[in-house]
Design a protein around this ligand. Structure first.
Ligand SMILES: O=P(O)(O)OC[C@H]1O[C@H](OP(=O)(O)OP(=O)(O)O)[C@H](O)[C@@H]1O
Ligand SMILES: Nc1ncnc2[nH]cnc12
Length: 258
């Protein structure tokens, strides 16, 4: 089934060559310091093809206005380092208008994979967040969750479980259907890949309507797994996917506001 109807539509005249600052919602789990929310064109990684920046900002829930102690200074320096990483990650994601069909603004993470520093920083930011959270399972959603999930799983000492599109897994599976803008799709997981009581992190590259992550949560919870958090590189906030996660925490690095 073609699921391109899921993609964020936006008018071509909302595209901008200069990024605008956006304010993250208060209930979002996001990282980065407030002083560097704008991604500067000069910090972008150059790629041979189109690189339109679409009001995307690295995310920043923590607000520090003044440093009152050496510790605060150190914390701010750390956050600045973190912001640099997020700005680079954001800049390395290519935005392609009208792909895979007219009106869709495609967030292409393949250019992020070409930038070894930005790719490593992406993995490191997730690993730093999850390394002490007693996660035993990293579940990655096909296809792009298979790119980010395994290196995170290896680094935090968890197993990796692929959640696949229908009829791809050879063993016995359990499935969850989810709704697309028009129609439905399904993801599947091998029976026995996880055990009741395990602690899971679900990884994907992007949350749009939230249907995919919602199905992934249901799949794991059906077999008694505790889904600790979902994590994505990119969020398309206009599509309000976060609201479909039933209160499950969602951690994202880059806000691709239209
Ligand atoms: O939040 P949602 O509206 O569910 O959309 C997000 C999903 O859409 C994209 O995958 P897609 O289904 O295009 O499959 P692909 O990764 O195989 O290209 C993306 O990688 C997410 O998995
Ligand atoms: N706009 C978008 N870009 C990339 N992947 C997507 N999946 C759903 N919407 C998307």
């Amino acid at each position: 089934m073609e699921n391109s109807s899921l993609f964020l539509s936006s008018s071509p005249n909302s595209l901008s060559l200069s990024p605008t600052k956006t304010t993250p919602a208060a209930d979002c789990i996001r990282i980065g310091a407030p002083r560097t929310t704008t991604v500067l064109a000069s910090s972008r990684v150059e790629f041979p093809s189109i690189r339109l920046h679409h009001s995307r900002s690295p995310l920043s829930p923590l607000c520090c206005t003044a440093s009152e102690s050496v510790k605060e200074e150190q914390e701010m320096a750390l956050k600045d380092g973190q912001d640099d990483r997020i700005a680079r990650i954001s800049s390395a994601i290519r935005v392609i208008p009208n792909f895979p069909k007219p009106g869709i603004l495609f967030q292409d993470i393949t250019t992020l994979l070409l930038d070894t520093k930005a790719f490593k920083d992406t993995i490191d930011l997730f690993v730093e967040r999850y390394k002490d959270k007693r996660i035993s399972v990293v579940a990655g959603v096909e296809a792009r969750g298979f790119i980010f999930g395994p290196p995170i799983a290896l680094a935090i000492g968890a197993k990796f479980v692929p959640m696949r599109k229908p009829h791809k897994l050879p063993g016995e599976v359990i499935s969850e259907e989810y709704s697309l803008e028009y129609g439905t799709d399904k993801i599947e997981m091998h029976v026995g890949a996880v055990e009741a009581g395990e602690r899971a992190l679900i990884i994907d590259d992007l949350i749009a309507t939230g249907g995919t992550l919602c199905a992934a949560i249901r799949l794991l919870e059906r077999v008694g797994v505790d889904v600790v958090e979902c994590a994505c590189v990119i969020e398309l906030p206009e599509l309000k996917g976060r609201a479909r996660l039933g209160g499950k925490p969602l951690f994202v690095l880059v806000d691709a506001a239209a």
